[in-house]
Design a binder for this molecule. Structure first.
Ligand SMILES: Cc1cc2nc3c(=O)[nH]c(=O)nc-3n(C[C@H](O)[C@H](O)[C@H](O)COP(=O)(O)OP(=O)(O)OC[C@H]3O[C@@H](n4cnc5c(N)ncnc54)[C@H](O)[C@@H]3O)c2cc1C
Length: 490
């Protein structure tokens, strides 16, 4: 093994306090997977820096010893992005949780990368502001992870995903250099590299400070819960609302399996148990505009076949309606301790067709699937339930997951909406992109990281199969220089 771990560890101890270096096997177990629990591999060493300078020193050390490194925020990623699937140093940002500056006059906040998503809104809510991107994991996931995955959430239908809310990034590049992309202005005069970094899944460096845009809290918010006797009718309601020109803040669908799972979790029948699907719609803005839009949305839901519509205006009532949706994954966790969350996108008009196809695939593979999804942007999250330990179960789960993605692509969709490619989906990149596309992406990556030390083994497919590559260890040496395209795609 070319990596000189003992020399690296010795050097790390020269500038990091003892508490910031984890080497004991049992302590490293907490980092052996992220939200994609089907793949596990503990890192040889994890470090927990507290400052940008410490991150830069760690990364420079990795560069010197040719050791790859993987950034990790809260480990809630669902595509194995923070998985150390080759020998690499894990750089955990959970001690970088300071809100560095709040500038309400300019609607900005600057945070360290380990800050939890929901803390940003909590810090400014009293002043009438909020941070819009709201992944359902927002009470635990980090802003650094959100940047790396370009995360979405319920409100991204109207307000856009993470990349629409980031003005500036301080980044440690894979050679240990500290640099800045953007700043505190929306427009920059230099080449705008924020867009390249956001969504690059930790493969271009580590974000160490992030300046985010804050929005004014809306004057009025109304949430509806419409229930339907078929999932197709719920899909039709989404189509009608969108076609009418209304732009709700969020539109989410849960199927019957999920409805019952969340009712069971809370012991309250908040959602009608016999409904085939429920549709949650949130409308926000100026009071008059919201009231008019709400009436229109109700009429459209009824036209699509809604049986009953609940309406919530006070924060308590709205939270009650949202609670089930926000706890959907936890509810499934009560039924099955292991599940696999797929993430695909389809054009909204194809929702009914693809949902029907998923149901057939679930029967074909004899694996239950629960559906909860960001219906407004056609972002599906089928949850495949399985029992760990059953022979060949991982292969069966992956086979079903990949066939679901085939269905998404067949209607012009995408292999990921918001959970990223990570280790899990790199083998599907070739289904969507040509070799030229992939080579071009590699050129950008190499410009940042010629020796591929930052989160290797993610995003890009191997020349062979996915399963094979996921277990293969690949080591590159600086002596090999910039690598040729045959071995590029590891
Ligand atoms: C219950 C549940 C619900 C979820 N709901 C949503 C949802 O609604 N929308 C959505 O988009 N996602 C959702 N996710 C997925 C996940 O929460 C997001 O991808 C989130 O952004 C990951 O943040 P994290 O801090 O956990 O990152 P991690 O899992 O720790 O890391 C994710 C990736 O980011 C990289 N990374 C982490 N920090 C940095 C950094 N500082 N600099 C550079 N790279 C870094 C890692 O290397 C890795 O590739 C959900 C997950 C769960 C478990």
């Amino acid at each position: 093994m070319p990596h000189n771990w003992s020399a690296l560890e010795r050097e790390l101890r020269e500038f990091l306090p003892r508490k910031s270096i984890v080497t004991k096997r049992q302590e490293l177990l907490v980092y052996d997977c992220d939200g994609l629990t089907i793949d596990r591999h503990s890192p040889p060493i994890a470090v927990l820096p507290e400052t940008t300078l410490e991150v830069a020193q760690v990364v420079a050390c990795c560069n010197k010893h040719e050791v790859p490194f993987v950034a990790r925020g809260s480990g809630t990623g669902l595509s194995g992005g923070a998985l150390v699937d080759q020998e690499a140093l894990l750089v955990v940002t959970s001690r970088m949780r300071k809100i560095l500056e709040i500038d309400l006059e300019n609607h900005l906040v600057t945070v360290q990368p380990g800050v939890i998503n929901s803390w940003v809104t909590k810090a400014v809510a009293g002043e009438g502001f909020y941070y819009a991107p709201d992944p359902s994991s927002q009470i635990v996931c980090s802003i650094g992870g959100n940047i790396a995955e370009n995360s979405g959430g319920v409100h991204c239908l109207k307000y856009g995903v993470t990349s629409n809310h980031v003005l500036g990034l301080e980044v440690v590049l894979p050679d240990g250099t500290i640099t800045n992309f953007g700043g505190s202005l929306s427009e920059t005069s230099e080449l705008d590299l924020r867009g390249a970094f956001i969504g690059s899944e930790g493969t271009l460096g580590i974000a160490t400070s992030i300046t985010l845009r804050l929005l004014r809290s809306p004057e009025k918010v109304i949430v509806f819960l419409a229930d339907f006797s078929s999932i197709e009718s719920a899909g039709e309601a989404v189509r009608l609302v969108t076609a009418s020109g209304l732009v709700p803040a969020g539109m989410e669908i849960m199927d019957n399996f999920m409805i019952n799972a969340v009712n069971d979790l809370f012991g309250v029948d908040e959602y009608p148990r016999d409904a085939s699907a429920v549709l949650l719609i949130e409308i926000d803005g100026q009071t008059k505009e919201v009231l008019v839009a709400a009436d229109k949305a109700i009429k459209l839901c009824k036209r699509a076949g809604a049986r009953e519509i609940k309406r919530a205006e006070s924060p308590i009532d709205r939270n009650r309606l949202w609670k089930g949706r926000k706890s959907a994954f936890a509810a499934v966790g009560q039924i099955s301790s292991t599940y696999f969350v797929q993430d695909g996108v389809v054009p909204r008009s194809s929702l009914p067709k693809v949902l029907a196809a998923i149901e057939c695939l679930s029967i074909k593979h004899k694996l239950p699937v629960a559906n909860v999804f960001h219906a407004g942007d056609g972002n599906l999250h089928p949850l495949i339930l399985y029992e760990a330990g059953v022979e060949n179960i991982e292969e069966r789960v992956r086979a079903l997951g990949s066939e679901i993605l085939r269905e998404c692509l067949a209607v012009g969709g995408s292999i990921t909406g918001e959970h990223g490619v990570g280790a899990d989906k790199r083998c599907y990149m070739e289904w969507m992109f040509s070799n030229d596309d992939l080579e071009t992406m590699q050129l950008l990556r190499k410009a940042f990281d010629p020796f591929r030390l930052a989160n290797p083994g993610k995003i890009f497919p191997t020349p062979r199969t996915c399963g094979e590559s996921a277990r293969k260890k690949v080591f590159l040496s600086k002596d090999q220089g910039i690598l040729s395209s045959e071995i590029d795609a590891f």
